[in-house]
Design a protein around this ligand. Sequence first.
Ligand SMILES: *[C@@H]1O[C@H](CO)[C@@H](O)[C@H](O)[C@H]1NC(C)=O
Ligand SMILES: *[C@@H]1O[C@H](CO)[C@@H](O)[C@H](O)[C@H]1NC(C)=O
Ligand SMILES: *[C@@H]1O[C@H](CO)[C@@H](O)[C@H](O)[C@H]1NC(C)=O
Length: 236
Amino acid sequence: MIQICDHKLLIFLLLIMSVLACETTEILTFTGYEGGKVEIRCPYESGYEEQNKYLCRGECPVCNKDKVVESGSPAKDRRFSLTDDRTTHIFTVTITDLRTEDQGKYWCGVRTGLGKPDKYTEINLEIKPVFHMFGVTGEHLNITCHYNSDLKNNIRIKFICKGSNLSLCESSGVKATTERNSNGRYSLRDDESAGVFNVTIPDLTLKDSGIYWCGAGETGPKYKNKWISVTDLNIV
Ligand SMILES: *[C@@H]1O[C@H](CO)[C@@H](O)[C@H](O)[C@H]1NC(C)=O
Ligand SMILES: *[C@@H]1O[C@H](CO)[C@@H](O)[C@H](O)[C@H]1NC(C)=O
Ligand SMILES: *[C@@H]1O[C@H](CO)[C@@H](O)[C@H](O)[C@H]1NC(C)=O
């Protein structure tokens, strides 16, 4: 394998790469929570089915790549694993038992062959801290969601959804929004000046235990929700 480690050349190459990256790529963001699990999905072009795939952490320079997992060999850190779907051309890196220090920049990498630069897609991994709350059967409680000023006076709808799996939570687990309540049970009150919304859950039952995500969104296609905070509710 050809290693290019001359510093001036390296800086020059990185400059070219970053210019190209700015022009062509969009950063993909994935969100998980402490103790949870995330699946980072990396699409790649057809023709690279047989090549090794990997996830690289940090700036991922030309030399000394910090590969957290690569296809064909188990990761040093067993929390990371990689599967490659050669039919859909997507490889997936799963990270379990997430920690806040996992947050940051990564790159999906695809090997291209001897002497050629690998193909990269930039990834932003966001890890939310978890607020632990306890409730008592038959009583009520408020899940409080503090949001930043960028969400104040914003047309985004605020909402709460239930489920440890974020994609299922946002698609089918929405319980209440600033516009409606899913079944008359939950109620959401937004105090924009304080940057806080509360969701009241009355008459708690054991089934209310679980992970709740506070989010903000917009209606319409191609839109991505913004995640505010995560609460792990335990009913005793
Ligand atoms: C979330 O659920 C979907 C649909 O069941 C599944 O394909 C996906 O792997 C799950 N994601 C995680 C992080 O478990
Ligand atoms: C929940 O919020 C409502 C209204 O904001 C308040 O009346 C109630 O006392 C709160 N309950 C708890 C347990 O804090
Ligand atoms: C939210 O709930 C907390 C306590 O549970 C209460 O102090 C606060 O006033 C509530 N805020 C709103 C906007 O209901």
